[in-house]
Design a protein around this ligand. Structure first.
Ligand SMILES: NC(=O)c1ccc[n+]([C@@H]2O[C@H](COP(=O)([O-])OP(=O)(O)OC[C@H]3O[C@@H](n4cnc5c(N)ncnc54)[C@H](OP(=O)(O)O)[C@@H]3O)[C@@H](O)[C@H]2O)c1
Length: 284
C-alpha cells in the first residue's frame, strides 16, 4: 500500500484523500492546513491521517499532494524542500488546472519526481464531490516516473487520466473556462435579451434551455461546423443588422467578436460574397 501526505486539506485535498483511502490502495499519513482545526476536520472527513501544522514535522510518504491555492504552490514547494522531509524517489504533485508541474521543479533537487494532476471537476462540497467524482477526467503532466504513479492513483480513485504535453496547461485550462464559465455568461446574455424582447420570466428556462441543450448536443456529436444554424451561417445580413440595432451598447463588442468567429467557423457553408458582407457589418 502506498503512503500519501496532503498539504492543503481544503475541498480538493479532503475529497481526493477520502477517495484514496476508500480505494484501499493508499493510506493517508499526514494532513496539513493553515489551522489545526481545519486539518482536524480534514482528517475526520478522510477517516485517516494525522492533523499537522508544520512542514518540518511531516513523516515520509510515497506521494505528496499539494492542494493549496494556486498562488501558494511555489512557496510551499520551496518550504517543503527547505524542511528536508521529502525523500528521493517520492512523487510530489499539485492539482492546479492552469499551472504546470514545473512549479514544483525545485523539489527535483531532493530527488523527487514532480507532476500535476488536474481533475476537471467542481469541488464545491467534499461530501457531494466524493459521491459524484467517479469517471472524472484528470489531466496529467510532468516527470514520466511521476505520471506513471499518478495514472495508477487516478485509476484507483475512479478518475479517467489523460496526458497533456508540457507547456499545454494554460491553453487546456482556457478551454475549460470557455466551455464552462463562458457558457454561463452566454446564458445570462441570452436571458437578458429575451427579457428585453418581452419573454415572461417563467418561460426563460424552457425557451433557452431546450435550444441550448440541443445546440450543445449537436456541436459535440456532429462537430461545431456541421451543427451551426442561424442567421450567420445562412448569410442573413439583414437579421444580423437587426440584432445589432437592439443590442445594448456594452454587448456590441462581444456579439460582433462572436459573430466574426462564427463567420470563420461557417467557412465554405457561406459564399465569399456573404462572408464579406457579414464581416463588413460586424466590423463596422
Ligand atoms: N475547487 C475546485 O473546484 C478545484 C478543481 C480542480 C482543481 N483545483 C485546484 O486544487 C487546489 C486546491 O483548491 P481547493 O479548492 O481545494 O482550495 P481550498 O478549499 O481553499 O483549500 C486550500 C487548502 O490549503 C490550505 N492552505 C492555504 N494556504 C496554505 C499555505 N500557504 N500552506 C499550507 N496550506 C495552505 C488551506 O488551509 P485552511 O483550511 O486552514 O484554510 C486549505 O486547507 C488548487 O490548486 C486549485 O486550483 C480546485
Amino acid at each position: 500500500m502506498q503512503s500519501l501526505n496532503i498539504i492543503g486539506a481544503g475541498r480538493v485535498g479532503r475529497t481526493l484523500g477520502r477517495l484514496a483511502v476508500g480505494s484501499g490502495a493508499y493510506r493517508v499519513v499526514d494532513c496539513l492546513a493553515r489551522s489545526l482545526a481545519s486539518a482536524t476536520v480534514a482528517v475526520d472527513f478522510i477517516g485517516a491521517g494525522r492533523a499537522c501544522l508544520a512542514l518540518d514535522g511531516l513523516q515520509p510518504a510515497d506521494l505528496w499532494l499539494l492542494t493549496v491555492p494556486d498562488d501558494a504552490i511555489a512557496g510551499v514547494a520551496q518550504a517543503l524542500l527547505a524542511s528536508g522531509v521529502v525523500r528521493p524517489g517520492c512523487v510530489v504533485f499539485h492539482a492546479s488546472g492552469a499551472a504546470e508541474a514545473e512549479l514544483l521543479a525545485p523539489l527535483r533537487a531532493a530527488g523527487a519526481y514532480v507532476a500535476s494532476l488536474h481533475p476537471a471537476f467542481s469541488f464545491a462540497d467534499p461530501a457531494r464531490a466524493v459521491e459524484q467524482f467517479a469517471g472524472t477526467m484528470c489531466a496529467l503532466e510532468g516527470d514520466a516516473v511521476a505520471c506513471v504513479a499518478l495514472r495508477d492513483f487516478a485509476a484507483a480513485i475512479g478518475a479517467r487520466p489523460f496526458a497533456l504535453a508540457p507547456g499545454g496547461k494554460a491553453a487546456y485550462h482556457a478551454a475549460l473556462s470557455v466551455a464552462s464559465n463562458y457558457l454561463v455568461t452566454l446564458t445570462d446574455m441570452a436571458r437578458q435579451l429575451a427579457r428585453q424582447g418581452g419573454v415572461d420570466e417563467q418561460l426563460l428556462p424552457a425557451l433557452l434551455g431546450q435550444l441550448m441543450q440541443g445546440s450543445l448536443a449537436n456541436a459535440l456529436s456532429m462537430g461545431p461546423q456541421a451543427a451551426l444554424t442561424g442567421p450567420v451561417v445562412r448569410g442573413d445580413v439583414a437579421t444580423v443588422a437587426r440584432h445589432l440595432a437592439v443590442l445594448p451598447a456594452n454587448w456590441q463588442p462581444a456579439y460582433r467578436a462572436l459573430g466574426e468567429r462564427t463567420v470563420a467557423l461557417a467557412g465554405e457553408r457561406l459564399s465569399a460574397d456573404a462572408q464579406q458582407r457579414l464581416l463588413a457589418l460586424l466590423q463596422g
